[in-house]
Design a protein around this ligand. Structure first.
Ligand SMILES: [Zn+2]
Ligand SMILES: [Zn+2]
Ligand SMILES: [Zn+2]
Length: 369
């Protein structure tokens, strides 16, 4: 079955999805004009696509460009759900996935430094009962963009104690610059760890609040944010534009892989002889949603979206396994995500980019042959 049939969508829906992916801020009326349908008709289609989790709007940090240190921690765990539950309130966790494969849990961390990441792994992850293997993959080069909400108050937390006992995450927005004891929920005064993050990313407290509010509710108006932080609407708009322009924050639309019932996310780990060449191919491939280069034997990690695992396996043969620099390729299927995961999936049955590169003949000729 092809993607459209499985998702119960038609070519107009696919066009709408593609317009939103290439231009996330496009207005509904512009989309209506481009697909040559009335605005109410397109509005109804968008509602339907949103209900299917095929279009979700979100604000987040552009993790591929903002400058955070990012590490994906893969675990072999006896009680994966318990670990994921314990990580739920850690402010450094971008997401936590359950996988089928050599590792069954993967925790995505973003922090201001590699030391922070190491502390979290040592203090909060390695020490948990029932974990037999830990693999830490630090990003050294992004492939495509990963945009996800990040708790910009992360530095206010005592990361070693953050977790189910953290009393402050619920009232995040009231957090100011104090150094707080997460478990006691009171300001201990003294040092100002929050300023570390502000300095590193060249933002101030108001920028931070704006980002956090947009992440919580992408449909909040600039004027309401302005009221809440005591700034004018144009001032809020200017700050948002500036943060977008320098690729710190982004507005995205895409499939929400946490809630989609029909689509699957697959992790692809590749050992390559020439990784820079392969990165260029991965960036172009229509199945690859994002990825990164790391150290180690399988140094390229990418994530692909599909309506059918079997179909994707066959497509990966053509798109990636066939490339001369690929030495080994391993896939793991993502079973679930802890948080929303919005990625630029487009329903495709064939990767025209990779196929075009390798087989420069038209589909008609192929059919005859
Ligand atoms: Zn198919
Ligand atoms: Zn905390
Ligand atoms: Zn491809």
């Amino acid at each position: 079955m092809n993607a459209e049939a499985l998702l119960e969508i038609d070519t107009v829906d696919v066009d709408i999805i593609n317009y939103f992916l290439s231009e996330p801020e496009i207005s509904h009326s512009r989309v209506a004009r481009r697909v040559n349908k009335s605005q109410p008709a397109v509005g109804a289609r968008i509602k339907k696509l949103e209900a299917k989790s095929l279009i979700k709007s979100m604000y987040g940090i552009n993790l591929s460009k903002a400058g955070f240190t990012i590490a994906f921690i893969s675990l072999q765990a006896m009680n994966p759900d318990k670990i994921i539950d314990e990580m739920r309130r850690c402010p450094f966790v971008i997401n936590a996935l359950r996988l089928i494969g050599q590792y069954n849990v993967q925790i995505w961390l973003a922090a201001t430094s590699i030391e922070r990441i190491e502390n979290i792994v040592e203090g909060n992850i390695r020490s948990v009962d029932g974990i037999s293997r830990v693999m830490m993959q630090v990003w050294i080069e992004p492939i495509g963009d990963l945009v996800a909400p990040v708790n910009l108050n992360m530095e206010h937390h005592l990361h070693l104690k953050c977790g189910p006992d953290c009393k402050n995450l619920a009232k995040d927005h009231e957090f100011l610059r104090g150094y707080l004891d997460c478990t006691a929920g009171k300001n201990k005064g003294g040092s100002k760890d929050g300023e570390l993050l502000e300095k590193q990313f060249n933002i101030d407290l108001d920028d931070k609040l704006i980002v956090m509010k947009l992440q919580d509710d992408p449909s909040i108006t600039f004027s309401l944010i302005g009221e809440q932080i005591d700034k004018s609407q144009p001032a809020v708009g200017a700050r948002i534009a500036k943060m977008k322009k320098r690729n710190f924050m982004a507005f995205k639309r895409g499939v929400n892989f946490k809630t989609s019932k029909d689509l699957h996310l697959v992790q692809v780990s590749i050992a390559a002889t020439d990784s820079s060449l392969l990165i260029e191919s991965l960036k172009k491939c229509e199945y690859i949603l994002f990825g990164f280069k790391t150290l180690g034997e399988k140094s390229l990690i990418a994530y692909a979206g599909t309506h059918s695992i079997e179909h994707l396996e066959m497509e990966l043969d053509k798109c990636i396994r066939a490339l001369p620099s690929v030495r080994a390729l391993e896939t793991s299927v993502v079973v679930s995500c802890m948080k929303d995961l919005v990625l630029p999936y487009q329903p495709a049955h064939e990767c025209f980019v990779c196929n075009y590169d390798k087989v420069p003949i038209s589909k008609g000729e192929q059919a005859i042959a």
